[in-house]
Design a protein around this ligand. Sequence first.
Ligand SMILES: Nc1nc2c(ncn2[C@@H]2O[C@H](COP(=O)(O)OP(=O)(O)O)[C@@H](O)[C@H]2O)c(=O)[nH]1
Ligand SMILES: [Mg+2]
Length: 374
Amino acid sequence: MNTIIIIPALNPDEKLISYVKSLIQAGEKQILIIDDGSSDDCRFIFDFLEEKEECIVLRHAINMGKGRALKDAFNYCLTNLSQTASGVITVDSDGQHSVEDVLRMKEALTEYTDSLILGARNFSQENVPPKSAFGNKMTRVVIRLLYGGNIADTQTGLRAMSYQVLPAFLTLFGERFEYETGMLIEALQKKIPIKEIEIKTIYYAENKGTHFRPVSDSWKIYKLIFGTFFKYAFSSFSSSIIDLGSFQLFSYLLKGTNLSVQVWMATILARIISSLYNYCVNRNIVFKQDCKGNNTFLKYYILCVCQMCTSAALVYLFVRVIGLPRLFIKVIVDMLLFFVSFRIQKNGCSEEINDVVYKNTHSTCCIYGVHSVA
Ligand SMILES: Nc1nc2c(ncn2[C@@H]2O[C@H](COP(=O)(O)OP(=O)(O)O)[C@@H](O)[C@H]2O)c(=O)[nH]1
Ligand SMILES: [Mg+2]
């Protein structure tokens, strides 16, 4: 696969020139370098690279952050370099990624065209500065707990992806290092497979030249990780409360009718209200982008109706047979249904439905998932 090498750079040193030269020697023909508002001292490096026919230099007038630089580069590739390549590899400018590893990523990309491929470092090695090892291990655990997936190197800058998956990352939130964390969360949420290739773990001078600001960049990364999760949790929890509250209200209003009418009508009306609320919240707040309108709406409701009917039927049955308070039974039934639907989604009933369920995941599960929180 023909690939573009993308190198985001902020105040690089001369090593960048020899690094780019060795990439060219290794056969790379398209290298996109982003000068992200680097100081005037570095200008000669970018001017030199710009002269090379294999290189394109994009410049930011001021420093806008690695995330912004990557998004601009991805967009440039998709809009201007769509004829000449079909994938990209992002590489750091400070020589932390060996040319051999870049080539291995390229090879992997020919096989995993539907995946986000990560060049994973080994943080147990001796040359890894303790701060970097700790930060990475901690982020790995938190992402695993909140989103699943077991990603060995969550902060790697060596990443490869085909044009097929690239658009998913274009509009993500984050201007600095947190953008790269957002890419991982997006891949996990959208079920874009993540493949890791072990690479050499290179650190120079205890990583003293890093642009990573431990407090403010870590804060941004964790705000993103928890923010996305809590938005989802809030959406699920509040939908659940609305569902149960409406169920109780409609049961009360339908008091004069027989049990079957009460349970079915209350379930349906409550679900209409709570699912509309949930769909809107997820569409506008939780998963701001990538909702393909009616299509997701329709599929969302097909799933919703199936779960709703099962819920009403089971609540009716258990109220009749066991005679416990119906709200209590509804909580238990919806909780069980959540786990069942979750398992079905995990095993993958139909790929398409799965995809939709995943995009709305939490929305579809929400109404049920919620109850596990409630
Ligand atoms: N475009 C751009 N690149 C950046 C910025 N900060 C860091 N980088 C690049 O991102 C890569 C990794 O940054 P680095 O400071 O080495 O972080 P570390 O390797 O995680 O310690 C390098 O290629 C940097 O040049 C930035 O603000 N803008
Ligand atoms: Mg570095």
